[in-house]
Design a binder for this molecule. Structure first.
Ligand code: NAP
Length: 243
């Protein structure tokens, strides 16, 4: 049986981890909740760059790496690609397809944080769903704006910013309530794909509200790529029956 190192930190990864036996390892960066109900081993924290990961793969006799990190966790994905090439370990990846704009959507692409700031200049009540990044800019909020920032951790905010700590999946009803309560007039999003956080896009669409979409980083190729957790799980089950 090939020993699997699963790189996680997403709902997809957790769904795959739930199907792994004690032989395998689920790895987390350590920013979010660490599950304590898995059969597989769980390790937490960075590997120490490409060199550290190469050393880890050898020391732990890993036979397959599965990259199920978030599509915007590009550094970890690049390190995994490089380390697997050096250590001659196959790399599989879950690469969630991007959301596609539908009729009625008003999406405006931003390439980086500066682009986001430019795109939202004409609005007053933005909802940020980018994770922590906006927290580093709380002192730069223009007088004409009040920011609502949704992220995983509680944070005090300030007179111009309200931080909402919440974890998906989110429902259209919940998103409508948040949009109303915070009087949101523009949404800022990563193009994460998947179901868990897409309700905000549907609610923006029904309200004719613009969405500023932060472009995805480029991700390296994997030896096998899957659109979702269930197809990766099926392939792992098949692999472990074969080996
Ligand atoms: P990143 O920029 O690609 O990675 C930064 C560093 O964190 C990596 O170089 C690595 O450190 C360590 N790291 C990342 N994922 C790891 C994992 N699964 N196991 C062990 N070390 C890991 O990643 P990020 O954007 O900060 O995301 C960190 C974690 O949060 C990832 O697990 C990701 O799946 C999850 N997450 C990210 C987002 C997002 O929008 N970026 C959203 C939801 C969840 P070393 O170089 O020392 O190995």
């Amino acid at each position: 049986m090939k020993r699997v190192l699963l790189l996680g930190g997403t709902g997809d990864a957790l769904a795959i981890a739930r199907g792994l036996s004690a032989t395998h390892v689920y790895s987390l960066a350590g920013l979010a909740r660490v599950p304590d109900d898995l059969a597989c081993a769980v390790r937490v924290g960075g590997f120490g760059g490409v060199d550290g990961l190469v050393a880890y793969l050898g020391a732990e006799r890993i036979g397959l790496v599965v990259d199920a990190t978030h599509p915007y966790a590009a550094q970890m994905s690049r390190h995994a690609r490089e380390a697997c090439a050096i250590a001659n370990v196959p790399l599989w990846a879950v690469r969630r397809p991007e959301w596609q704009a539908q009729t009625g959507d008003d999406w405006r692409e931003a390439r980086d944080w500066r682009g986001v700031v430019e795109r939202i200049a004409e609005f007053h009540r933005p909802l940020f769903t980018l994770g922590r990044e906006p927290l580093a800019h709380l002192d730069e909020i223009p007088a004409s704006q009040h920011w609502t920032i949704r992220c995983l951790d509680a944070h005090p905010g300030n007179a111009r910013a309200t931080i909402v700590d919440a974890r998906g999946p989110f429902t259209p009803e919940g998103e409508r309530a948040l949009f109303d309560a915070a009087r949101i007039d523009v949404v800022i999003s990563k193009n994460s794909g998947g179901r868990a956080t897409e309700a905000k896009l549907a609610v923006a669409r029904e309200r004719g509200m613009p969405v500023v979409m932060l472009a995805r980083p480029e991700l390296p190729d994997a030896d096998r790529a899957f659109d979702d957790a269930s197809s990766a799980r099926d392939a792992l089950t098949q692999l472990n029956h074969e080996t």
